[in-house]
Design a binder for this molecule. Sequence first.
Ligand SMILES: [Zn+2]
Length: 97
Amino acid sequence: MTEQEAKRYGEEYLYDLTCAVCKVEDKHKDFVRLSIKALEKQIPKKIIHHKNRLKNKMGCFITEEYWECPCCGRIHEEYYSFEYCDCGQRLDWGNEE
Ligand SMILES: [Zn+2]
């Protein structure tokens, strides 16, 4: 089972729990909800690449380049691909040109 499949399974399971006639403990629903959230972070999300051409104080054009986490919005200026953001989100660097 992949993380994607596990997440889908969890969502369906949570849906069944919500519809269940018998009383399900909130604790149990919270557990499933949190598990789905944790799984979501394991599924790579494409990192947002920013590349801007700016004019500096001297009037020269410079290129400003940075990456943004799609989950927490944290800005990364490291020039190498790393697998996880500090927030725990797994990152997909795609095909960088
Ligand atoms: Zn992040």
